[in-house]
Design a protein around this ligand. Sequence first.
Ligand code: NAD
Length: 355
Amino acid sequence: MESFVYQNLPARVVFGTGALAQLPPEMDALDARRALVLCTPGQRALAERVADLLGARAAGIFDRAVMHVPIETAREAREAARRLGADCAVAIGGGSTTGLGKAIALDSGLPIVAIPTTYAGSEMTPIYGLTEAGLKKTGKDPRVLPRTVIYDPELSWRLPVALSVTSGINAIAHAAEGLYAPDRNPITDLMAEEGIAALARALPRIRAQAQDAQARSDALYGAWLCGTVLGAVGMGLHHKLCHTLGGSFNLPHAETHTTVLPHALAYNAAAAPQAMARIARALGGTHAAQAVYDLAKEQGAPVALKDIGMRAQDLDKACEIAMGNQYPNPRPLERSAIRSLLQDAFEGIRPIRPA
Ligand code: NAD
């Protein structure tokens, strides 16, 4: 056995259909008495359900969470928390809502209870993002890690099928890059492979039947594992590219991950053969990059950057930004190969199997 360090992050997880009902006792366990409930405008009804469940312990609802946490929104939410005397934030929704909770926690130290309704995985990480003057900055701080996470698969039944697929592949990306991270270890490897397999099993069943309770449960379990990997180890080329494309060209988060992942894996394939073998095995395929591509295509997800808002004339600039600072990746960053990767992702071609 190789030597390794595994740092367990101190989050409590409550998992199961109907687990939302556990929110009041979970608030007791945190000694929290006044919760500010956070959501996106589209999930207001769900936030109201949470506020009803909390009764007098709901301090109010802030329903303006949006993608990439603009600093102005973060300031408004922080001010609402102060004005209402909140002693905790309950973030119900996807990564955007969890991200807003993190922005409050970063400023005030308020504990977060996260109730995820997508597969993004932010709830399991100490990573936060804030966007100021069009520039998204990310950082790590233990204060932003949600203290309690309630996974209730029932809350994801209404996640549109198309977003379920791309959000699921977004989760797979965390685990896939985790399998070749320099600080990976046998425990994160186990979680990564199991997380990918659970999602790969679940996504076709969700596509066939959006309210398949077992499939929704498997997908959320997979997302939890993949999110844990994201929180535990460093990410490489794929996440860097997606951060660039999302932040600089305003591409949608989960779709960007879905279109780029097969090509990032193809780029790294020869430099990380063991990771590729585990990814392929979890997906029931023989070649990791092709298996991810096939999963996306067969489930009707976009596979080309040109179909999700990328412009051909921005590819050179995207390559420049991605090359801008060095970060750990199994294969060194080579400008012309990364430019070809971006071209392939732009066109949406199936990655070629290496000889
Ligand atoms: P999102 O939170 O923006 O949700 C996408 C849309 O789906 C929203 O309109 C939302 O209202 C809706 N939605 C969510 N759950 C739903 C449900 N069950 N039913 C119906 N509609 C639902 O998208 P996301 O992909 O979950 O998160 C993306 C954001 O999270 C990005 O900003 C990304 O950078 C961030 N993120 C951060 C981390 C981290 O560790 N910090 C990890 C992953 C993602």
